[in-house]
Design a protein around this ligand. Structure first.
Ligand code: PMP
Ligand code: GLN
Length: 383
């Protein structure tokens, strides 16, 4: 019988599934996969119930419910000063992952090179490969993972079409500064490239920093897709709701793929989100809310063998564990889960060429009690 030829021969089950399953099996505290262990605000659940009961249960318009697209455009204007045409430049997606995939499918063709900064969120490279493109990696090195724009520029060839960025960055927790964004703008305008900007952690920036969205930079936005996730903003990763904004010509192509990829995203949640998003208080509290959690985890790990690496944004904190073990990071994370009851994510999996860094990622989007209990367990890890 004919056998299927894999389009993604290198890909196995994602690390998030692997570590969450192991955590469950061992009843470990799961600081691996990124999701809150607290619920989304009651007010949103009430609005969802309301719209569900109102019978908003049929297909939403293909690009999203108008009220939600207007609320998104208002939010972008308020946050980044960019005026969008809500009907033509905003599309609601079934999570950021679908937005990223659809943008890549719309833009990347056979043989196109796409530069990805590694470590990188795990969906980018497989999506580029499925589109027939060639991922080209710009690697950042531990322990400080500093961005090097000269190295990035040296990777641009006549076949480069797209650069994927992620700020705030999962897994390294760094954010791009205004200077970084200007360097990117300079590079992409000089070489006539597109940008896919994953900004799902836009509200999770700490120590009074500002999120530097592509939406703040006119010449950059003209050639960008910016991708967002309601799952992060409203502590509801299970909804799989997000949105993409882009200039009209790019969005037109995006929607050609979107309509056959998913057609439209969940209807009643869109109406509920439209009600909530118009109130900036529903997301303005997020930086201080998550900064407290970041600081709590580091405070309770002080004096342990885990050395925190500076975290400017996201809900992930990297720790160097080389004082405690010379195991490779996957083995070490499995050891922590099975022997110490705390699940973590190894960093090597976020590189195409699986390099070792002696660094692991913990998710601090958890209740205080969870973070304190996990830290107490990690304090017991000895060399
Ligand atoms: N991008 C990054 C950097 C992420 O960490 C995530 C995590 N979940 C996503 C995209 C996907 O978001 P969603 O769950 O909305 O698809
Ligand atoms: N974004 C989440 C993380 O980085 C997980 C997403 C997923 O499970 N696919 O942990």
């Amino acid at each position: 019988m004919r056998r299927i030829v894999s389009k993604l021969p290198e890909v196995g089950t994602t690390i998030f599934t692997t570590m969450s399953s192991l955590a469950k099996k061992c009843s470990a505290i799961n600081l691996g996969q990124g999701f809150p262990d607290f619920d989304c605000p009651q007010e949103i659940k009430d609005r969802i119930n309301f719209h569900l009961q109102q019978g908003r249960n049929q297909y939403a318009p293909m690009s999203g419910v108008p009220e939600l697209k207007w609320a998104i455009a208002d939010k972008i204007k308020r946050s980044y000063g960019l005026e969008l045409d809500a009907d033509r430049e905003v599309t609601v997606t079934a999570g950021a992952t679908q937005g990223l995939f659809t943008a890549i499918m719309a833009l990347v063709g056979r043989g196109d090179e796409v530069i990805v900064i590694e470590p990188a969120y795990d969906s980018y490279v497989p999506s580029i490969v499925l589109a027939g493109g060639k991922p080209v990696t710009c690697e950042l090195d531990p322990p400080d993972f500093t961005m090097n724009w000269e190295r990035m520029a040296s990777l641009v060839t006549s076949r480069t079409k797209l650069i994927v960025i992620n700020t705030p960055h999962n897994p390294i927790g760094k954010i791009f500064s205004e200077k970084d964004m200007l360097a990117l703008q300079d590079l992409v305008t000089t070489h006539d490239l597109f940008v896919l900007s994953d900004e799902v952690y836009e509200h999770l920036v700490f120590d009074d920093a500002n999120h530097q969205s592509v939406c703040r930079f006119k010449a950059l936005f003209e050639r960008s897709f910016a991708v967002y996730s309601f799952g992060k903003t409203f502590h509801a990763t299970g909804w799989k709701m997000g949105y993409v904004v882009a200039p009209e010509d790019l969005m037109k192509e995006f929607r050609k793929v979107h309509q056959f990829n998913v057609f439209s995203a969940n209807s009643f949640v869109q109406y509920a989100l439209a009600d909530i998003l118009t109130n900036p208080a529903s997301y303005d509290y997020l930086p201080s809310f998550f900064q407290k959690k970041r600081d709590l985890l580091s405070h309770h790990l002080a004096g342990s063998g885990f050395r925190p690496i500076s975290c400017e944004g996201t809900y992930f904190q990297l720790f160097d564990y080389t004082k405690l073990s010379d195991m490779d990071d996957l083995a070490f994370c499995k050891y922590l889960t099975t022997q110490h009851g705390v699940a973590a994510i190894p960093i090597s999996v976020f590189y195409t060429s699986q390099r070792q860094a002696g660094v692991m990622r913990l998710c601090f989007a958890k209740k205080e009690d969870t973070l304190i209990s996990a830290a107490a367990r990690l304090q017991r890890v000895r060399q």
